[in-house]
Design a protein around this ligand. Sequence first.
Ligand SMILES: Cc1cc2nc3c(=O)[nH]c(=O)nc-3n(C[C@H](O)[C@H](O)[C@H](O)COP(=O)(O)O)c2cc1C
Length: 315
Amino acid sequence: MRITNKIKNLGRAILIYRDSLRDAQEFAENYLISQEERGYFAYRIMLLVHSLEKGMCHKDKRPFGVNKALTLVNLLKKSTSEQTVSFEYKLACSVLMAWLLMWDNNGWNVSDIPSQVIEWIKTCKPSELCAGITEYSYIPNTEFADVVLSRHSAREFQNNQIRKKDLDFALSCFSVAPSACNRQMCKVYLVKDKNLRILLSKTILGLSGFDMETTTLFVVTYDNAALHYSGERNQGMLNAGLAAMNFVNGLHARGIGSCFMEWSNEAKEDAMIRKALKLKSSERIAVTIGAGYYVEKSIIPCSCRRPIDSVFHVL
Ligand SMILES: Cc1cc2nc3c(=O)[nH]c(=O)nc-3n(C[C@H](O)[C@H](O)[C@H](O)COP(=O)(O)O)c2cc1C
């Protein structure tokens, strides 16, 4: 390689390090823990709400969630009057009421719950927001709007394999997803090998609520080799997200439920799994997906959405 090209490439590499360092700095300054240090708890509240909802879905019902409810109540108590009308606050009240009702309905010993939690929940006012659990039944549909609007994460599946024609349909949905400059840098792996399944089951975080015996496992990856310069360093995740979403909607249209399972493992574990899956060195894991045919009825978290006017803004 000519010396001028070598110098140019060195300059490009320096840019990648510089911008990645800036990413790291911005992330550290702004991620959830740093926000909490500044007194901003909205996303912590959302995490606690989701965690209580997931706990309420458990099949083997048992008293649970006391510490989470206590943490949530303590956070809500700190709210300013402005925050008491926020989406997060109202949703938290709603989930706490549903959670306490579950204790009552199951005859669990409420004296295990600190009295300040019970007293506080009793002061909560019902709102238009629904939190807790809901029953989900799959209704076959092919209309685009019906498919997209009826999908929910499923964590419970029938005990049978995904049929080839259904998988093929979802794979064509995966492959027609747009990709930057049509580079098609994403892949989806169906993990059938028993040892790899065991390894992934031990590694994937957020597997609670899944019956791994009946869960078909997919891994979605992107290839850093496709990315051209520093500004594209985060494009792989976006491209994988688009393809993965098309894929799960394709599965859903064929009666196959699914749930993304966050790939947020530490770098060392990530490297170990990439090696075990025999990915090439430039290939990164974006997300894992658990899937299978819907059971007739399942209990799922309500996962109430924010009002549209809080996510859409005209500038
Ligand atoms: C990137 C991503 C990662 C997720 N990771 C997990 C996970 O690890 N475990 C889990 O049970 N659900 C996971 N979910 C599912 C979310 O909890 C779910 O999408 C959310 O609560 C909204 O509910 P819905 O999909 O039923 O509408 C994940 C979803 C996304 C998009």
